[in-house]
Design a protein around this ligand. Sequence first.
Ligand code: NAD
Ligand code: IPM
Ligand code: MN
Length: 367
Amino acid sequence: KSAYKVALLPGDGIGPEISAVTVDVLNGVARKFGFSIDFQEAPVGGAAIDATGVPLPDSTLELCKSSDSVLLACIGGPKWDNLERHLRPESGLLGLRKGLGLFANLRPAMTVPQLLEASSLKPEVVDGVNIMVVRELTGDVYFGTPKGIEYDEERKERKGFSNMIYWEHEVDRIARVGFETARKRGGKLCSVDKANVLDVSQLWRERVTEISKEYSDVELSHMYVDNCAMQLVRWPKQFDTIVTGNMFGDILSDQASMLVGSLGMLPSASLGDGSGPGMFEPVHGSAPDIAGKDLANPIACVLSGAMMLRYDLDQAEAADFIEQTVNAVLDKGIRTSDILSNDLKAKNIEAVGCKAMGAALVEQLSK
Ligand code: NAD
Ligand code: IPM
Ligand code: MN
């Protein structure tokens, strides 16, 4: 295939800025490798609330379903924080994941030598880190019922509740993604849970252990989530592939971003059973604190575009090329402010903006 249709969802905050860069990079690499991408833009999140009153218009979901792949920048912001839960931008994103059946979220955290000084951890701790977090994406407290905020007449106070629930089939299928992923990488899978306290985690651990019998070539270990949070900053090189639930994976992947140096560097792939398109989205959010100021790092979004080429569009060489391009631009010392380390500042190197980073990537591409 040489012509693809991609649903482009710029969303909110820094979303439009980083998606503009990503489109330029993807178009550049497509030209180079002899294919084309027809980007069809649609609103989601706050942008969709403003335009249509709901965070996920039917037309947006339909467009995504009929596309070869979906590229999402990020959603959310203070403007929409006081709406009812189902009308918030975040509900739009969750609706997309659920609506597209995207139960597996792959979040790689691989350190690059050029950014060792950008991490808040010591270089020898983060040098060579290569972790893949396989986060379950359509279960857990995010989707469990019952949930809500209710007034209790007897107690005369309100209670808030979100049920943490995993069905066996949900654990089994994400465990298989975890084992398959580990098999293609370092052969080690660490399942992260809270089985010492939570029944839902006890079931999780039982099922992961059962599924491991199908993967005798993969070395399985289990770890409690609190310990994992500590081990990630103590000695992250002990991890190869991590499989975990929706909420633990959300938290641990943000944490893992600081091994690399910035949340602005981490891409992700949200995948289903392969029958429909995947969605490719940075790990970070809409960064309201820097939105509209040309300060955002577009690399997480650009690398999400590379994952899209690899996982959905079968253009692995073009994906590799984008990753090499990012590397080459980092080699040149070009940095947005989130990844400008003190050693570069001491050499009087100044941060570039989002647009200039985009221009540098596009220039590098066409060499
Ligand atoms: P955030 O990820 O937006 O920002 C956290 C910090 O990281 C901020 O200081 C921000 O400036 C910085 N940062 C994030 N991305 C960056 C980038 N590309 N370049 C440079 N710096 C970057 O998290 P938050 O502030 O907790 O949430 C803000 C909003 O985003 C909320 O509405 C939240 O619900 C939403 N959110 C959306 C997604 C998503 O769309 N997938 C993910 C996380 C949060
Ligand atoms: C992410 C975000 C989302 C999540 C929110 C915005 C719904 O934090 O993509 O990591 O929790 O999944
Ligand atoms: Mn998150």
